[in-house]
Design a protein around this ligand. Structure first.
Ligand code: PLP
Length: 396
């Protein structure tokens, strides 16, 4: 029996089955390549779902983590710790926002962001039962609060009672959002580029409209940049591309580049809503996780990752346009930077399996959309290599 088979059998025996996993057991990584336990090599265009921006075995990043392990891994939030303070400073200075709360995941960052908006409204008028406006086809995470604003009934069904769900509006349809505002709305939440829902970038006028509407109503605008942030779209934070600032921003995925860490970041009036006792976490912002964050920001700056994403992102766009032109089963191509999608006229599961057999890892975003979210250090040669394999799969 191959090692792969051995671990798949063991995994099926012991891991709770909430995923239909691909039959690959990953073992190690090197740059933008992954290796399974039987030594097969894969070009990685998934980055562990838009996480591993710096690629695998970045020596500087690994050394920073090893150094922190020998100092201290955990302190609790009853004390200050050096990496958390430094990491928060980097986030504030690069975003122009004010305050940071570190979490362990994207879903928790969303939970915190929702609490900020609820509390802000509550402080003005504690008599109402507040609700959110969220977008159809959005994805904000699997915890109860994050699910309540996730615009996918399949994820909500059986877990979030109807009266706890947000009011859902059409993404990029400002009139629909405006029509759904009531005096109970305490916030509007959306991704700047929808990820799981199918790689849909927001329109500029839409985000501008939301900003004006939130200001008029004195409610909070929350941008979920868990997937589209951290350089992914060709700006450190995707909303920079639109010139529209949120009151609260959620980050995770590439924030720690593999170490589980998220954050919600507040600006101006949103920064005063939560006070001591209102929110907490045992692990969130621990020195190990935030040492990773510090290292990520340092390497982004030294290696000019965002500049690189702009260049390679443009190259990827041109290449995927050519793929689209050559195949009539591809009905749309969209995205920003190194977050792009090809929409097919049917399910893409088979394409993903065949690509994997040929040593290319791709992901889907919804049933019909191939998602391209490679490590941000990918080069034009890697894009060419990916396109060759993809063309080979599509030719059959
Ligand atoms: C992945 C994701 C989340 C949830 O993050 P987790 O770390 O899985 O909890 C939230 N929002 C968006 C946009 C995401 O892509």
């Amino acid at each position: 029996m191959s090692k792969t088979q051995e671990y798949i059998e063991k995994g099926e025996k012991y891991l709770l089955k909430t995923y239909n996993r691909y039959p690959v057991v990953l073992d190690r990584g090197e740059g933008v390549y992954l290796y399974d336990v039987d030594g097969n090599r894969y070009l990685d265009f998934g980055a562990g779902i838009a996480v591993f921006a710096l690629g695998y075995r970045n020596q500087k990043y690994n050394d920073a983590l090893k150094g922190q392990i020998d100092k201290i891994l955990h302190t609790s939030n009853l004390f200050y710790n050096v990496p958390a303070v430094d990491a928060a400073e980097k986030i504030v200075k690069t975003s122009g926002m004010d305050k940071v709360f570190f979490t362990n995941s994207g879903a928790e960052a969303i939970e915190g962001a929702l609490k900020v908006a609820r509390k802000y409204a509550y402080l003005k008028d504690p008599s109402k039962e507040y609700e959110f406006i969220a977008m159809h086809h959005s994805f904000h995470g699997r915890s109860q609060g994050a699910l309540s604003v996730t615009g996918n009934v399949h994820y909500q069904e059986g877990f979030v009672p109807e009266k706890m769900r947000a009011v859902f509006a059409k993404f990029n349809d400002f009139d629909d959002v405006k029509a759904k505002i009531t005096d109970r709305t305490c916030g509007i939440i959306c991704e700047v580029v929808q990820g799981e829902g199918g790689i849909y970038p927001a329109d500029k006028e839409f985000l501008e409209g939301l900003r004006t509407l939130c200001d008029e109503k004195d409610i909070l605008l929350i941008f979920d940049e868990v997937q589209c942030g951290m350089g992914r779209c060709g700006a450190l934070y995707a909303h920079e591309l639109y010139g529209v600032k949120p009151d609260v921003m959620a980050l995770a995925k590439a924030l720690g580049c593999g170490v589980p860490v998220g954050a919600f970041v507040t600006a101006r009036k949103a920064s005063c809503a939560l006070v001591p006792g209102d929110h907490g976490t045992t692990y969130g912002g621990n020195p190990f996780a935030t040492a990773a964050v510090c290292s990520v920001y340092d390497i982004f700056e030294e290696e000019q990752i965002v500049e690189h994403v702009k260049q390679v992102g443009t190259y990827l766009y041109e290449k995927l346009e050519a793929v689209k032109e050559a195949h009539e089963e591809i009905i749309d191509h969209r995205g920003l930077g190194l977050m792009q999608g090809l929409e097919f006229d049917g399910p893409v599961g088979d394409i993903i399996k065949k690509a994997m057999d040929r040593g290319l890892i791709l992901m889907s975003a919804g049933a019909n959309i191939l998602r391209f979210v490679p490590p941000l250090i990918i080069t034009e040669e890697h894009v060419d290599e990916m396109c060759r394999i993809l063309e080979g799969v599509l030719a059959r």
